[in-house]
Design a protein around this ligand. Structure first.
Ligand code: HEC
Length: 136
């Protein structure tokens, strides 16, 4: 039997349907329901709630007022202490945020997971006197 275009079309349509149905049945792979995973997921919601992304990047994507925070947690002299200080007090370029202890814990889990997922742009940036970041 000759393999015709309509066979290809039919097979692709069936695969598309199966894939679509599977996505609707399980929209997000939350099989790993450990407390740690929940913390990370909630931490992402904290990140979104306070709109950190509007000024910061993860993997180079986001706002460009503040630095990329993908690898904040493992950066020397940064990590948790700097995160807590910036959130609590802010500085002249970044507003302070009033996070609950739980939100802070979840945000830390999220940023640790982001850090463990790989490294962001290896280039270095610094902020200039206008508060914009530029390449070093
Ligand atoms: C209005 C913009 C803005 C928002 C919103 C914002 N930040 Fe910032 N953030 C900045 C700027 C600008 C800096 C750089 C300040 C400096 O270098 O003096 C900064 C610095 C930081 C730093 C220090 C990073 C480093 O490498 O020195 C951390 C950590 C941080 N922000 C976390 C957060 C988190 C978490 C949120 C969300 C809860 C957030 N920021 C929301 C503007 C913002």
């Amino acid at each position: 039997m000759k393999f015709k275009a309509r066979h290809t079309f039919f097979i692709l349509s069936v695969l598309f349907l199966i894939y679509t149905i599977s996505i609707y049945l399980e929209p997000y792979n939350l099989n790993n329901n450990s407390a740690k995973t929940k913390n990370i997921i909630n931490g992402k919601l904290v990140w979104q709630k306070y709109n950190c992304q509007s000024c910061h990047q993860l993997y180079g994507l986001g706002g460009y007022l503040g630095p990329d925070l993908t690898n904040l947690m493992s950066q020397q002299n940064k990590g948790e202490p700097l995160l807590k200080a910036m959130i609590k007090s802010g500085n002249k370029q970044m507003p302070a945020f009033n996070l609950s202890d739980l939100e802070m814990e979840e945000l830390i889990s999220f940023l640790k997971a982001a850090d463990n997922s790989g490294s962001a742009d290896p280039r270095k940036f610094r902020s200039n006197s206008f508060g914009m970041i530029e390449k070093e």
